[in-house]
Design a protein around this ligand. Structure first.
Ligand code: HEC
Length: 127
């Protein structure tokens, strides 16, 4: 009996802790990563923030992406696929596509003529 009560209290406490921590992520690195990644109408930004930071820190993810700006879609595809096949990142196939499209669109080489989307704010990089 007593044990069960204790366990319940522990679980309740844990849930409260989870609730208290999940909504506001007060990590400046996360903020910086967020600032680096442009918003668009797709889920790319969210998927990058969720999946890549599963293994890399936010700062590392930011560095990884900013440092590869200008890579073409094939290069981004190779990278993300390598994370999945070699590093065992648990990213479903359809999400891989969204992530690669997102990275190629916002961190790809400047396209001479792409049908849609003009140059967005691409001045996010510092020295
Ligand atoms: C399952 C864990 C895992 C996930 C998820 C993951 N990575 Fe990695 N990544 C690694 C490991 C392990 C390495 C090799 C060690 C290192 O360089 O940190 C690596 C290396 C890298 C490198 C540098 C070396 C290279 O192979 O070019 C880049 C860039 C990179 N990851 C980007 C990403 C991006 C972008 C994502 C999100 C799409 C991602 N990673 C998701 C585990 C992961």
């Amino acid at each position: 009996m007593k044990r069960r009560v204790t366990l319940t209290l522990v679980i309740a406490g844990f849930s409260v802790a989870l609730l208290a921590f999940s909504p506001q992520v007060e990590d400046t690195d996360v903020d910086e990563l967020e600032a680096l990644l442009p918003d668009d109408d797709g889920d790319g930004k969210m998927l990058v923030m969720v999946y890549c930071t599963g293994c890399h820190s936010a700062a590392e993810t930011k560095h990884n992406i900013a440092g590869r700006k200008g890579s073409n879609k094939g290069t981004w595809g190779d990278l993300v696929n390598r994370m999945v096949t070699v590093r065992k990142a648990p990213i479903p196939r359809e999400d891989i596509k969204v992530i690669v499209d997102y990275l190629a669109k916002h961190f790809g080489p400047p396209l001479p003529s792409s049908g849609e989307a003009g140059p967005e704010d691409s001045q996010t990089e510092g020295p």
